[in-house]
Design a protein. Structure first.
Length: 320
């Protein structure tokens, strides 16, 4: 198991690097990748990035001026990826070839040749900040914006229980380095289109409760995009909404995808554990937030399976 110093030593010796994000990318995996690609590039290395899914337009500023994968890389690094299945469409090509995994999930599976995992880190972007410091990179505004985005999104704008004093110290330093914190927080947490509001209204009205109100589930059909004009990336924040309801311990969002896939997101309040639900379906995450993918199922079939898993956990905890 590597640490920051060993990860930095490895990267110093590599000159041709591909950085992989996880599928259904969020601000932390993208912010980690954007900052790492920029930082390694500043050291004169040839660096590319890749993601198994389309990157939403609201994150486009993280990669301005950067080139996507242009040729077969000599070394591969994954950021914020807990398990190979979370690479999505990139899993088959790259899962067995990753040289270094940098992650902060407590349920991380050791799939890379070397791994640096710190589960106590609120965001993977914290680790990338420390890594760039260790490498002697002079963090510019673009890197600071990437890292601040990752920290802000993975902490719910510094509201979640995963936030530590170090989180605030790093965020403060990024603001000193001219990260546009106000704009980033507004864009990530407060700005919504009319189509997004309409889609959320429809989906919230169809929310289903079970387990005596301790489990709330939202199903997002493909038809919602044509019906409202909303983009898939605009509904990333839906996962957090069911958990906000008083009494809900497990909030589940199921999104219908192309090719018979259903993408699941779980958010939990103690003592429920979202990671256990995610791992039971081959995914992973944190105790408070996890994700997974179910192939070959309809939304209703996926809902039945996930609801049963939630019920089983709550029964085991003596909450039903």
């Amino acid at each position: 198991m590597a640490d920051c110093m060993k990860a930095a030593a490895l990267l110093r010796g590599w000159d041709d690097i591909l950085v992989l994000c996880h599928a259904s990318p969020d601000g932390d995996t993208l912010g980690s990748a954007g900052a790492l690609v920029r930082g390694l590039g500043a050291l004169g290395k040839r660096v590319f990035f890749a993601c198994g899914d389309k990157i939403d337009e609201k994150y486009s500023y993280l990669f301005e001026g950067l080139a996507p994968l242009g040729r077969e890389p000599a070394h591969i690094v994954s950021v914020d990826v807990a398990t190979p299945s979370l690479l999505g469409s990139l899993e088959e090509e790259y899962a067995g070839r990753i040289d270094l995994a940098i992650d902060h999930h407590s349920g991380h599976t050791l799939f890379a040749r070397e791994s640096w995992v710190e589960p106590d880190s609120a965001a993977n972007s914290e680790l990338i900040y420390l890594l760039l410091q260790e490498l002697g990179v002079s963090i510019d505004k673009a890197m600071a914006d990437c890292l601040y985005t990752g920290i802000s999104t993975d902490t719910g704008c510094f509201r979640y229980a995963n936030v530590t004093p170090r989180t605030h110290r790093i965020a403060a330093r990024l603001l000193e380095l001219e990260a546009d914190g106000a704009r980033i927080n507004r864009e990530m947490h407060e700005s919504k289109s009319k189509a997004q509001i309409e889609a959320e209204r429809i989906l919230m009205e169809s929310m289903a409760f079970s387990c005596g109100g301790k489990c709330a589930m939202v199903q997002v059909p493909l038809s919602i995009y044509e019906r409202t004009g909303v983009q898939e990336g605009d509904l990333e924040g839906m996962a957090a909404l069911p958990r906000q309801i008083k009494g809900v311990l497990l909030g589940v969002t199921l999104k219908e995808k192309e090719n018979g896939l259903v993408k699941g997101s779980v958010r939990s309040n103690p003592p429920a554990n979202a990671r256990e639900i995610g791992e039971s379906f081959g995914g992973g995450g944190h105790p408070g937030a996890a994700g997974f993918t179910l192939p070959g199922m309809t939304l209703s079939q996926a809902a039945e399976k996930v609801e049963a898993a939630c019920r089983e956990q709550l029964l085991r905890l003596g909450l039903l």
